[in-house]
Design a protein around this ligand. Structure first.
Ligand code: PGA
Length: 254
């Protein structure tokens, strides 16, 4: 069986010293087991420290974003090639906060996915409907369209891997995660889109894209997602505390 993927998205939190304290706490207190693959996503400025601190542990380093462009005259941007210098193997792409606050478009998200793949970084592509979308019963259509747009023209080679994270916008940071029924239904929808994509494109990845759930995941809800159509979770708030972090990992191991 494949390992469960546990991705910690620390967003724009934690100054360097706080970040080091959190990572030290996790490395000291957590159990590491092959059943769980851990990915830590600090802010850009904390990437070097986290990469260095975790290098002797079975922990991956992920980025929260990447430029859609290749190296060149793009002030303030960070290219996928640069992330590789910090042993980054995963990258969150198209998070709803980026779509909402920074106007990230489907076309940009697609270019970011391509930049990741060209550099052997696994993109974690975030999709999810807003509260209004769900009120209008548009969630299946919205999520389907987001994935189709993100993968339009993207051809996966055998070595390429992608991950799709279903993160309903109304569940992020609200303490109200999707019910197991809602989550299971959306996993089915997403899996159908993946099947159609693999059928229609020339993609031949060795590994089928897997699906994560994200949005107010806690230790007591994690099991209603993992195994229920999801290969893992993307965790924000709860991953900022050593105790909660290790508790969630332990639940996944047990
Ligand atoms: P949350 O964030 O766990 O705090 O809801 C998840 C995310 O935005 O990735």
């Amino acid at each position: 069986m494949d390992a469960v993927l546990f991705v910690a998205n620390w967003k724009m939190n934690l100054r360097l010293a706080e970040q080091e304290q959190l990572v030290r706490g996790i490395l000291d207190a957590c159990t590491f087991a092959p059943q769980v693959e851990i990915v830590l996503c600090p802010s850009y400025t904390n990437l070097p420290a986290v990469a260095d601190m975790t290098k002797r542990f079975p922990v991956h380093v992920g980025s929260q974003d990447v430029s859609a462009r290749h190296v060149g005259a793009f002030t303030g941007e960070i290219a996928a090639e640069m992330l590789k210098d910090f042993t980054v193997t995963y990258c969150i792409v198209g998070h709803s906060e980026r779509r909402k606050y920074f106007g990230e478009t489907d076309a940009e998200i697609r270019d970011k996915i391509k930049a990741c793949l060209a550099n052997d970084i696994v993109p974690i592509i975030c999709v999810g409907e807003s509260f209004e979308d769900r009120q209008q019963n548009q969630q299946d259509r919205i999520v389907t369209e987001q994935i189709r747009q993100a993968l339009h023209g993207v051809v996966l080679q055998e070595k390429n891997r992608i991950v799709i994270a279903y993160e309903p916008v109304w569940a992020i940071g609200t303490g109200q995660s999707a019910s197991p029924e809602v989550a299971a239904h959306m996993a089915q929808v997403i899996n159908q889109v993946i099947t159609d994509y693999l059928h229609d494109s020339a993609s031949r990845p060795q590994q089928r894209p897997c699906v994560l759930y994200g949005g107010s995941v806690q230790a007591d809800t994690i099991q209603s997602f993992v195994g229920n159509g999801y290969a893992g979770v993307l965790v924000g708030g709860a991953s900022l505390h050593v105790e909660d972090f290790c508790h969630m990992i332990q639940v996944l191991i047990d």
